[in-house]
Design a protein around this ligand. Structure first.
Ligand SMILES: NC(=O)C1=CN([C@@H]2O[C@H](COP(=O)(O)OP(=O)(O)OC[C@H]3O[C@@H](n4cnc5c(N)ncnc54)[C@H](OP(=O)(O)O)[C@@H]3O)[C@@H](O)[C@H]2O)C=CC1
Ligand SMILES: CC(=O)N[C@@H](CCC(=O)OP(=O)(O)O)C(=O)O
Length: 349
């Protein structure tokens, strides 16, 4: 690609949280021109009216998808609710590449999709060709894809930690317990009772116990590398903080493996991955260490229970968990350095 060619991007769901973070990051991307911002209820408003923190950007106002001249768009970033995205993506010209942050193209089996997402998929032919966008594990396929399905925020944190361990046979495919915590921005901007300040603040509550829709996604990916069905116990919790996600995975060691072997396998797996850092021994991953960045921090700890280990992974749900990973995938799809526009360090304290 010539260095002066700008890629014209549309953002669907530009009035939502993932859309806003995508715009924040893409606005500083040297190869992207933000050509269309698409909303539903907020259509017609200037972006800065919805997101005053983005007032310094020179971007088009929010419009509906029908108002866009798609002949002027090369790529669409989609931050629409799951269950809605597939129908909107189906309408796009075939020429337009898609980086989808919703769940609509993540599950390989459409029966599983219908079961967990409560409806039939309207674009099975597109679904067939979509590539699962866990960047560090599917770079080659992502680079060639038209539609990339970015993983859910919890699956991103869990799979970055566990996939290399499952692949190398260091952990058992049985008895995996994942205790996950997310900030309230993970629930999106749409008003819901459980994310009201007065109800989410000063408390900590599990939800989706035994039935969260990220379970089949995690099992799909772990099962693919284990080459056998894998079942996990996954319980998410809502934490009264804005951003961040921490997943603590309790695993059974295979054979004579020890925590040090797990640490080495992860360090080897991510030796050339700029955004995944296996923390030094003695350091404990925390959401504060990755806030606002595209990094994932992973730590491995011996368990005092024999034959078990604890793997902790932390991400920012809106960056590595959605918009940042989406931009990382975009970079691969266009043959760009995968770190482009994502190099900012975490915001701390
Ligand atoms: N929040 C997070 O941490 C993460 C979210 N995701 C996924 O990303 C997607 C977006 O999430 P998030 O940004 O949090 O959601 P928000 O609720 O913050 O935003 C949703 C956006 O979609 C638009 N929208 C809502 N309904 C429709 C519809 N029927 N047709 C067209 N547009 C519609 C809204 O427009 P308007 O407000 O103008 O009506 C808004 O721009 C979801 O699929 C979510 O699962 C993935 C990873 C992490
Ligand atoms: C706190 C909170 O509600 N989090 C969301 C996860 C958001 C996400 O990343 O997942 P999707 O992309 O699959 O929506 C949830 O548990 O549904």
């Amino acid at each position: 690609m010539a260095s002066n060619t700008l890629i014209r991007a549309a953002v669907l769901g530009a009035s939502g949280y993932t859309g806003a973070d995508l715009i924040r990051l893409a606005a500083r991307h040297p190869s992207i021109k933000i050509a269309a911002l698409i909303a539903k209820g907020h259509a017609g408003q200037p972006l800065a009216q919805v997101f005053p923190h983005l007032v310094s950007l020179d971007v088009p106002k929010l419009v509906t998808a029908d108002e866009v001249d798609w002949s002027g768009i090369d790529v669409a970033f989609c931050g629409l609710p799951h269950g809605t995205a597939h129908a909107e993506i189906k309408k796009l010209p075939e020429r337009v590449k898609v980086v989808d942050m919703s769940a609509d193209f993540r599950l390989r089996d459409l029966g599983t999709y219908a079961e967990w997402y409560g409806g039939e998929h309207s674009a099975p032919e597109l679904h067939e060709s979509a590539v699962y966008g866990l960047t560090e594990h599917y770079r080659d396929a992502i680079a060639k894809a038209r539609i990339v399905a970015c993983p859910g925020c919890y699956p991103t944190a869990v799979l970055l930690a566990l996939l290399p361990l499952m692949k190398s046979g260091l952990i058992s495919s049985e008895d995996i317990i994942i205790d996950a915590k997310s900030g309230v921005s993970g629930a999106g901007r749409t008003l819901k009772q459980n994310i009201l300040f007065s109800e989410a603040g000063e408390g900590l509550s599990p939800y989706g116990i035994g039935s969260h829709r990220h379970v089949p996604e995690i099992e799909q990916e772990l099962g693919a590398v284990a080459e056998m069905p894998v079942r996990v116990n996954f319980t998410p919790h809502l934490v009264p903080m804005t951003r961040g996600e921490l997943c603590t995975s309790y695993v059974r060691l295979a054979g004579k493996a020890a925590a040090a072997d797990l640490r080495k396998a992860l360090a080897d797996a991510y030796a050339t991955s700029p955004f995944v850092r296996v923390v030094e021994e003695g350091v404990i991953p925390a959401t504060q260490h990755v806030r606002g960045s595209n990094y994932c921090h992973i730590g491995v700890f011996a368990d005092r229970l024999p034959g078990r280990a604890i793997v902790v992974s932390a991400i920012d749900n809106l960056v590595k968990g959605s918009a940042g990973q989406a931009l990382q995938n975009f970079n691969l799809m266009y043959g760009l350095d995968e770190t482009t526009a994502l190099e900012q360090l975490p915001l701390f304290p």
